[in-house]
Design a protein around this ligand. Structure first.
Ligand SMILES: Cc1ncc(COP(=O)(O)O)c(C=O)c1O
Length: 433
């Protein structure tokens, strides 16, 4: 039976981020339950990366499933231009209460890439609407990842993901989060800033987009909150719109409800997706402050944000998000997040001492990462596939980014289950040493 699904898959499916020529046989999954995925042969795997960082409360959570079912029987979809519905409004109201900043409006789309596309459009059109179209440059962090659509690729680091399109991407001013961190220390000491920092035309920049504290797909790099805070202050002193891409870091992943809570300086736009629905339905949000929104409330209809998607604010997805929020804000879930963070911190200490083939062990909230120094240091290196296979043999699903191994389990993972995952990681490190 598994053979036949694999064969059928291989005949008709094109999988994401997968070199087709070397595509390993896909694993037919028949069930998700809590932290486990079960394959067609009945083998269970702990989903230690939350299925691309989306699953917050475990798979097939009965409470979210029930809310989805109820909503599907009530109103499954409706055009969102000219219509509204309770789940969309209620979700917006609840998000505005908990978001890190002074947000007043919620714009819905359906994945992380579109959330950042919308944010960039808001950030650029904000100035255009006010007759300041010369103010159209965009600042972003080197090595960032904001998604796969053209705007999102443009503000992402140039990499193997963008290579075929580099000449089609719009120009962006990139700065390095780590260089900036060093430069801001120098600035605080009254020393001269790094020269590339001096050259930035701050007053021509419309907006700055960043993954707060952690560059995810770029290699789980954790950078300094104080430096980011300084950079946000600097941007705000030049009236630059700050766009926090919390598609990955949102909803408790970094130990706080949103990573932006680690900084005093707050964003003007925030992008959310992945954990928004607890990882059950595609949905995303781009929230903005009233100041930004008011620039679009104009008599001139040309100043409209002409953007939308067929499934904007899909009622089932909004209901799933409301259910996920209910679960997330329960004290027990917040305690789980804390406990995972503490367990990770202890394991990081162990990893630091464990073995010279492990480098840069680090953690932030429920995310832990380290590099395996083996072979060549790049994404296309086979070490990722080797680690995945070794982990799956032992009942854990890992999907390293090149030689960067990371854990990002669902918040429902128990202490002993996480210890089991660490044990598998220890064994793999031992075998690769
Ligand atoms: C920070 C960040 N922004 C945007 C995206 C794109 O999200 P999606 O894959 O849902 O388009 C991702 C995906 O990994 C991400 O990590």
């Amino acid at each position: 039976m598994s053979e036949s699904l694999r064969t059928r898959d291989k005949r008709v499916i094109w999988h994401p981020f997968t070199p087709q020529k070397y595509m390993p046989d896909p694993i037919p999954v028949v069930k998700g339950e809590g932290i486990y995925l079960t394959d067609v042969n009945g083998k269970r795997y702990i989903d230690a990366i939350s299925s691309w960082w989306v699953t917050l409360h475990g798979h097939a959570h009965p409470y979210i499933a029930l809310k989805i079912y109820e909503q599907a029987l009530t109103l499954e979809q409706v055009i969102f231009a000219g219509f509204t519905h309770e789940p969309a409004v209620k979700l917006a109201e609840r998000l505005l209460e908990i978001l890190p900043g002074n947000f007043s409006r919620i714009f819905y789309s359906d994945n992380g890439s579109t959330a950042t596309e919308v944010a960039i459009k808001m950030g650029v059109q904000f100035w255009w609407n006010q007759g300041a179209s010369h103010r159209n440059k965009i600042l972003a962090l080197r090595n960032a990842y904001h998604g796969d659509t053209f705007g999102a690729m443009s503000v992402s680091g140039r990499s193997i993901f963008t290579a075929a399109f580099n000449d089609k991407l719009f120009e962006v001013i990139f700065i390095d989060a780590f260089t900036y961190a060093k430069a801001s220390v120098k600035e605080a000491r009254g020393e001269q800033l790094h020269s590339s920092m001096d050259e930035i035309p701050w007053d021509e920049i419309a907006c700055f987009i960043y993954e707060p504290l952690l560059q995810g797909a770029g290699g789980m790099h954790i950078y300094d909150a104080a430096a980011l805070n300084g950079l946000l202050q600097k941007c705000h002193s030049h009236n630059i719109i700050c766009i926090a891409d919390e598609v990955m870091t949102g909803f408790g992943r970094t130990g706080k409800l949103f990573a932006s809570f680690y900084m005093d300086e707050k964003p003007d736009i925030i992008c959310l997706s992945k954990g928004l629905t607890g990882g059950t339905m595609p949905l995303s949000v781009t929230a903005c402050t009233d100041n930004i929104y008011q620039a679009f409330v104009q008599e001139d209809k040309l100043k409209t944000l002409f953007h939308g998607h067929s499934f904007t604010a899909n009622p089932i997805a909004c209901s799933a998000a409301l259910a996920s929020l209910d679960l997330l804000l329960e004290p027990a879930t917040l305690q789980q997040i804390d406990r995972i963070g503490r367990q990770h911190a202890i394991f990081v200490q162990e990893l630091k001492e464990l073995c010279p083939t492990v480098k840069n062990a680090r953690s932030l909230g429920t995310i832990l990462a380290f590099e395996i120094v083996q072979g060549k240091d790049e994404y296309l290196n086979n070490i990722s596939a080797v680690i995945t296979e070794k982990a799956m043999d032992r009942g854990v699903y890992l999907r390293p980014l090149g030689n960067t191994v990371y854990l990002m389990p669902p918040f429902s993972i128990k202490e002993d289950e996480l210890s089991f995952v660490y044990d598998v990681v220890r064994k793999i490190i031992g075998e690769l040493a």
